[in-house]
Design a protein around this ligand. Structure first.
Ligand code: FCB
Length: 459
């Protein structure tokens, strides 16, 4: 399978997961620093204090990124590193770090793709109510403006927010991610409304203040549903489930359309409004227009998926057979998600699709001979990329793919036990060791595609 010559081949990371240097340069705690210090919240009591120490090892890490031959690197900016108070004064040292990072990337002809919010909300803002405070949207836009003023002469690609589904669902409903809240449905829907306002205001700010032409999108996640078999009725069933807001008691947030319909169509979907009833947010005049800013792309984070067919009472989910492949996170291996996900998203939202994250956690270690043989990762990525290629062949407008992640890193509530990197990190010595998958991905990029042959996983 050959990919288009202008395809964006990338690799991704996020600030809190790799940066460390938690109090360098005046950086103040994010909600994740606070959460990590609460007993029992994060596996093993791990924290992002040091993480991969990327802030102090940036030039070498950029060398590893460039060594892949990627033409894009998705990074995120730590708001409390740039504006330690959440609002107000900018830390020149904090912003200066990203300035140097951008220059280092460009020096290697790697385009920076910048995520403005990848969950490390300033604790200072949380102390003022966090996303429950409507002013959060303005504070976010203000911070975004400062970043855009400084970097947009060299940066064109912007991602407003990463996965509202997860930081609302796990951060504000189940309490398993920072800030660890278990809000009522009404309150969590209000927080989500403010997040969407923040997204819209940020998109507008980028367009108003950017010094060069911009490419603006976002990076949501949400269940990808594929047909369980070859019947046309299963395709319809999958599509219907993929865009259904499933307002089960508990976590309502892991769906596509509550967030995406607002962002793209400027309205919340009818089925959600019906189900949430009086818990649904009451947008003020102008809110929905503010949220629905024109976007240049839909950035989908896709790791796994569900399967569906038409049952007697409408679409129904179909379980994977016992013993089907699963990653270390226990997520089913579902390569067809990179076919049906982009296809359904492009069909509904009519935007070019970029896969903003895709990868897996696996049990990698450095062998006696110094090699990391992550054959499962090679097989996984190969299967997923073939499906993405099939989508492109069938005419779906997919323009890029970002592998998660360049380095093993701090995997949120799982701490350091889940390794997603193409490069292994020894957290004691901070030594980086490229895995077998690193060389494999480099060869995929230089050859512009994945061999149609079953993946051999050569070392
Ligand atoms: C996504 C997050 C990313 C990473 C991967 C494994 O939900 O956006 O930071 O943790 O999962």
């Amino acid at each position: 399978m050959t990919f288009p010559s202008d395809f964006v081949w990338g690799v991704a990371s996020s600030s809190y997961q790799i940066e460390g240097a938690a109090s360098q340069g005046g950086r103040t705690p994010s909600v994740w620093d606070t959460f990590c210090r609460e007993p029992g919240r994060v596996h093993g009591g791990h924290t992002g204090d040091v993480a991969c120490d990327h802030v102090n090892r940036m030039p070498a890490d950029v060398g590893l990124i460039a060594g892949l031959g990627v033409n894009a690197y998705r990074l995120s900016i730590s708001w409390p590193r740039v504006i330690p108070g959440g609002v107000g004064e900018v830390s020149q040292e904090g912003l200066g770090f990203y300035d140097r990072l951008v220059d280092a990337l460009l020096g290697h002809r790697v385009a920076p793709w910048i995520t403005l919010y990848h969950w490390d909300h300033p604790q200072a803002i949380q102390d003022r109510g966090g996303w429950l405070n409507r002013e959060s949207a303005d504070w976010f836009a203000e911070y975004v403006g400062r970043v855009v003023d400084r970097l947009s002469d060299r940066v064109a690609n912007w991602i407003t927010i990463n996965e509202p589904q997860i930081f609302i669902g796990m951060g504000h409903i189940t309490g398993t991610h920072a800030p660890g809240l278990e809000l009522s449905r009404r309150e969590s829907l209000l927080a989500a409304h403010h997040v969407m306002l923040a997204h819209g205001k940020a998109a507008q700010t980028i367009r108003e203040r950017a010094k060069t032409p911009t490419n603006v999108g976002w990076a949501p996640v949400g269940a990808v549903v594929s047909p369980a078999d070859g019947h046309e009725s299963s395709v319809d069933a999958a599509r219907e489930l993929m865009f259904r807001v499933s307002p089960t008691e508990g976590n309502w947030a892991f769906n596509n359309s509550w967030f995406a319909d607002a962002a793209v169509f400027g309205r919340y979907p009818e089925d959600g409004l019906r189900a949430f009833g009086s818990d649904a947010p009451e947008p003020r005049a102008g809110d929905m227009e503010q949220i629905a800013q024109p976007l240049d792309f839909y950035g989908a984070n896709t790791y796994t998926g569900l399967r569906a067919r038409q049952g007697a009472d409408g679409p129904e989910a179909v379980e994977f057979p016992p013993g089907s492949p699963r990653t270390m996170f226990d997520w089913p291996v579902a390569p067809e998600s990179l076919y049906w996900g982009p296809r359904f998203l492009a069909e509904r939202y009519k935007l070019p699709v970029y896969i903003m994250e895709n990868g897996l956690a696996s049990m990698d270690w450095v062998g006696e001979d110094g090699q990391v043989r992550d054959m499962g990762r090679i097989d996984f990525l190969s299967r997923y990329l073939k499906q993405l290629g099939r989508a492109i062949n069938d005419g779906v407008d997919v323009r890029g793919y970002f592998c998660w992640s360049i380095l093993d890193n701090f995997e949120w509530a799982e701490g350091y036990r889940m390794r997603f990197g193409l490069v292994h990190v020894d957290y004691q010595t901070l030594l980086r060791t490229p895995k077998a998958s690193y060389a494999w991905y480099r060869d995929v990029i230089s050859g512009r595609g994945v061999s149609a042959e079953p993946c051999q996983g050569k070392m």
